[in-house]
Design a protein around this ligand. Structure first.
Ligand code: GTP
Ligand code: SPV
Ligand code: MN
Length: 592
């Protein structure tokens, strides 16, 4: 199969603009992949890791100014600011094309242009989308090969249609002053210049599968969300699918790969992964229920903190065919390379090269707090490596979603878990998620910001219309998922986490599953339905009934503060706020 005329015309036009020395059309084969790694090891893009220990694994260190998404340099480009809304950076589309044409002009001189055909979504799914990414960065090619269905399969899927997302990327000179991540939803196109970082450069991911897809989804009655997707099998075989939206670096990959504590595993509980970052959901016309697919084929996960205890399935996923970005690099005695990161559970090396390319030793680390791995260092691994991959992970029919869980990273105020009264209340809860910012985006960390549906940085159109879309989806379903809120991150006054988290989240998940099937008790409170200590199994945890009450406690004073801090979002939407938002807030205030 080959590219159709629409593709070749566009590629030729982009080649005239960027003026590469050479154009390589990627076919997605294994031979090609190996050849690219060989090239990348020669030109410095990759370091081959010790192949006994890390078969087919490679290391990449990015420019140290380019280690996270740059939301302030990310734009939705359209004629009017209103289509883009108050939470996105707007650039007039004509102005954006003009500005970026200047940057792309001749930027690939002396470089190779790679043309990457790819599909987001399982082949055969009516939602599957074809994209073509042009890039001058081998690192992007190899990541796209893991994260997407890349290669000739995309030409087959596209046939002679003109409908593909045009993704133009150049790492340029990686200067933050000349870095722009621009989306043109009306043109189905993305232009990204000056960054090689995942969410900025792997354009199938956040740019296509969330920003462009959310824009299309609103027009076509489906949803593109920043969510994980998991299967939960109860003893006896009952299967329930759960989608969960947590902001960046707030636990999606960990939750999606959850290992039930021994007692649960022995009883027959099984958790399987469908996706860890993005879901597309639509209403199945036969069942009237919300169905979901994961459009990706791999994981681009946070490395630090991944260890045998916290996330053994992620560790197993990265044992082969994996790219490690910005972790510590160790040169072994035989001249081969190994990797290390903080909280890996592996003893620290005597010496390594850190994410900035500087010498790191345990002594230096203790004196200067220097990290071997950047807090947002990442692994890229094929989802086929995951030992608990759900059998339906690639099923174009998708899976029915019984529960939607929202979550945030909150050291105070928000209890461990509660259930919304109904869909509309659940949408209000999701729309007002607050979460402490993390290293996944550049800027200050630990600051509470409103992150509606954990999707704030990824909504490709006006948030007003996005919230209306969420409310209206209810009317189109005959049966809708139950909606929950969780917070694994509540701390005591000494700054210690009150909840053990990770695998122990199974206890909360079981309550959620049981609620979905009408089996678990809950108490009506001002926030929603909350479990009493006896409703959640605490056996085997170092936790008393009193401790649990603290975890679930809601202080009316703190909640009033919380409602005040939602004002930031409400004011941004002033005059445009869906009335459900206002009514739900009023109801909450009266309940407090
Ligand atoms: P993105 O890939 O950025 O979208 O992140 P993510 O939502 O997949 O987050 P991930 O699972 O990678 O977790 C991010 C960080 O949160 C890691 O440092 C984890 O160790 C930590 N984390 C995840 N789950 C828990 C938990 O249940 N409790 C605590 N205390 N920390 C957690
Ligand atoms: C996130 O920041 O939410 C990520 C990493 O999942 S990236 O895809 O780079 O945006
Ligand atoms: Mn993410």
């Amino acid at each position: 199969m080959q590219a159709n005329k629409y593709v070749t015309d566009w590629v030729n036009e982009m080649a005239r603009l960027t003026k590469p020395d050479k154009i390589v059309w990627c076919d997605g084969s294994k031979e090609e992949r190996e050849r690219f790694y060989e090239e990348g090891c020669k030109n410095g893009a990759f370091v081959k890791l010790n192949q006994q220990k890390w078969p087919d694994c490679y290391y990449h260190r990015s420019n140290s100014n380019d280690v996270a998404r740059t939301e302030h340099l990310t734009f939705i480009c359209a004629p009017s600011a209103d289509t883009v809304g108050p939470t996105n950076n707007h650039m007039n589309d004509k102005v954006a094309y003009q500005k970026l044409t200047g940057l792309f002009d001749g930027c690939m001189k002396g470089r190779t242009m790679y043309v990457i055909p790819f599909v987001m979504g399982p082949i055969g799914s009516p939602l599957a989308k074809v994209g073509v990414e042009i890039t001058d960065h081998l690192y992007v090619v190899q990541n796209m090969g893991i994260m997407t269905r890349m290669g000739e399969i995309a030409w087959k899927q596209l046939g002679d249609s003109p409908e593909f997302t045009k993704c133009l990327h150049s790492v340029g000179d990686c200067n933050p002053d000349r870095r722009y991540i621009c989306h043109f939803p009306q043109d189905n196109s993305i232009w990204s210049f000056g960054s090689g970082y995942g969410g900025n450069a792997l354009l199938g991911k956040k740019c296509l599968a969330l920003r462009i897809a959310s824009y299309l989804g609103r027009q076509q009655d489906w949803m593109a969300e920043h969510m994980l997707l998991m299967g939960v099998e109860a003893p006896g075989g009952e299967k329930t699918y759960v989608a969960a939206a947590f902001p960046s670096a707030c636990g999606k990959t960990n939750f999606a790969m959850l290992v039930p504590p021994k007692k649960y595993a022995d009883a027959g509980w099984k958790v399987t992964t469908l996706g860890d970052d993005i879901v597309w959901m639509w209403i199945n016309p036969e069942s009237g229920k919300l169905h979901a697919i994961n459009p990706e084929l791999g994981y681009f996960g946070v490395v630090p903190g991944t260890n045998e205890k916290s996330n053994p399935n992620a560790l197993k996923s990265m044992t082969k065919d994996t790219i490690f970005t910005n972790v510590g690099l160790i040169k072994l005695e035989d001249g081969t390379y190994d990797v290390w990161w903080e909280d890996s559970g592996i003893p620290e090396p005597k010496k390594c090269t850190n994410w900035e390319g500087k010498e790191w030793t345990p002594e230096i680390a203790r004196e200067t707090k220097m990290k071997a791995a950047h807090p947002n260092s990442r692994f890229t691994a094929p989802m086929d490596n995951n030992p608990v991959l759900d059998p339906a992970a690639k099923d174009p029919k998708g899976v029915p979603v019984s529960a939607i869980i929202f979550g945030g990273r909150r050291s105070k105020t928000i209890p461990l878990v509660y259930q919304a009264f109904n869909w509309v209340h659940g949408v209000y809860i999701g729309a007002t998620i607050g979460s402490e910012t993390t290293a996944a985006a550049t800027g200050a960390t630990g600051v509470v910001r409103r992150d509606p549906m954990a999707n704030l940085p990824f909504i490709g159109y006006n948030i007003r219309d996005y919230l209306v879309h969420w409310f209206q989806m209810r009317k189109k379903m005959t049966d809708c998922p139950r909606v929950f809120m969780v917070n694994w991150f509540r701390k005591n006054d000494a700054g210690k986490f009150l909840w053990p988290g990770f695998g122990e989240n199974m206890r909360v998940l079981k309550w959620i599953i049981d609620r979905c099937h009408g089996r678990a008790y809950a108490m009506e409170t001002p926030l929603g339905w909350q479990p009493r200590p006896q409703d959640i199994d605490l056996e085997g945890l170092n936790m008393t009934t009193e401790d649990f009450k603290i975890l679930e406690s809601v202080s009316p004073e703190d909640m009033k503060q919380e409602i005040m801090s939602q004002e930031e979002l409400f004011l941004k939407l002033a005059g445009d706020l869906p009335k459900e938002m206002i009514f739900q807030r009023e109801l909450l205030i009266t309940r407090l």
